[in-house]
Design a protein around this ligand. Structure first.
Ligand code: NAI
Length: 325
């Protein structure tokens, strides 16, 4: 089977090249967008990532050109028009839980860095500045942490943060029975009681802008907000306003509302036109990483292995373990 691979990075190639004798992969560095979809014409399968365009228009266009399978090498699927795929009989597979710990541990890294300011200490010491002024943090032990969404990643995060001595308040549409230490509460109570809030629910219509002016007002002043899920969960302008007033005390994000125009590329020699990210970058209490929470050796190996299993199963007509559509 011939497969077109979009948004390819060196680390993707390393893990997928391992299977080069089994499928014929054509790697494209560009993302799948209306302007680049011509590259996918004639391929029976495409392998895509979080910011590739899988709108109805793209799916209909590529189905006309012979597309049969979309392999998402990620867990989230908010960028996919599933209805269009259903209509055109295009199968979609994904990698639902390649390493929940990878993302959960990154959320912890954001919390610890923001709190203990190790990124600032590193730079200071390298410049011969051994002062401790303005580096004061707080003990995590005893703090109340709100976990929104307790699926694979939220549960892994809840276990880690609980092991550090935090009280875990959770909110999910279907509570996870494997987290006996977590106290499930109404969203309202989680907002009001948590010192730290970490988002782990998917982005869909009902979670879009879950964090906005109205919900931010209900949180504890100085709350720490962590988002490793999807940028659209957070209304960026409202968050900037809350950072200016001090309502948000710390913000750690691995995802950003308009990340598809920025992330996964080097803009260091260019003028960044996105005013919102520019404003976020100017706050001393904001830490941004560019959608790297998934990026561990273990996760990459698992993504490649699960994706290849789906491709092989599809090729021979076996049932698909990770079928989305
Ligand atoms: P999952 O499907 O195992 O868990 C999601 C949980 O959210 C489920 O328990 C579900 O009931 C809950 N949920 C759904 N709607 C909700 C709502 N309105 N309010 C509260 N909870 C709700 O998904 P998983 O694997 O834990 O991933 C969570 C999200 O993390 C993904 O949707 C994806 O957007 C993001 N992600 C980010 C990565 C990164 O590198 N930054 C990597 C992988 C996933």
């Amino acid at each position: 089977m011939k497969i077109a691979f979009f948004s390819t990075k060196s680390y993707d190639k390393e893990s997928f090249d391992h299977y080069s004798s089994e499928v014929e992969i054509t790697y494209f560095e560009v993302s799948l967008q209306p302007q680049t979809r011509i590259l996918a014409e004639g391929f029976e399968a495409i392998c895509v990532f979080v910011n590739d365009d899988l709108s109805a228009e793209t799916i209909h266009h590529l189905a006309d050109k012979g597309l049969k399978l979309i392999a998402l090498r990620c867990a989230g699927f908010n960028n996919v028009d599933r209805e269009a795929a259903r209509q055109r009989n295009v199968t979609i597979v994904r990698v639902p839980a390649y390493s929940p710990e990878a993302v959960a541990e990154h959320a912890l890294a954001l919390i610890l860095t923001l709190n203990r300011k190790t990124h600032k200490a590193y730079n200071r010491v390298r410049e011969g500045n051994f002062s401790l002024e303005r580096l004061t943090g707080f003990n995590l032990t005893g703090k109340t942490v709100g976990v929104i969404g307790t699926g694979n990643i939220g549960a892994a995060f809840a276990r880690i943060i609980h092991a550090l001595g935090c009280k875990v308040l959770a909110y999910d549409l279907s509570p996870n029975p494997d987290l006996p230490f977590a106290e499930y509460r109404e969203l309202e109570n989680v907002w009001g009681e948590a010192d730290i809030i970490s988002l782990h629910c998917p982005l869909h219509e009902s979670t879009k802008y879950l964090i906005r002016e109205e919900t931010l007002k209900r949180m504890k002043p100085g709350v720490m907000l962590i988002n490793t899920s999807r940028g659209g969960l957070v209304h960026t302008r409202d968050v900037i306003q809350a950072l200016k007033t001090g309502q948000i005390g710390y913000l750690g994000i691995d995802v950003y509302e308009q990340e598809e125009h920025l992330f996964f590329r080097d803009w260091s020699e260019q003028i960044i036109q996105d005013e919102l990210i520019g404003r976020l970058m100017s706050f001393p209490n904001v830490l941004i990483t560019a959608h790297q929470a998934f990026l561990t050796q273990e996760a990459l190996t698992e993504i490649a292995s699960v994706t290849m299993e789906s491709l092989q199963d599809f090729k021979v007509g076996r049932s698909l373990r990770n079928q989305l559509v």
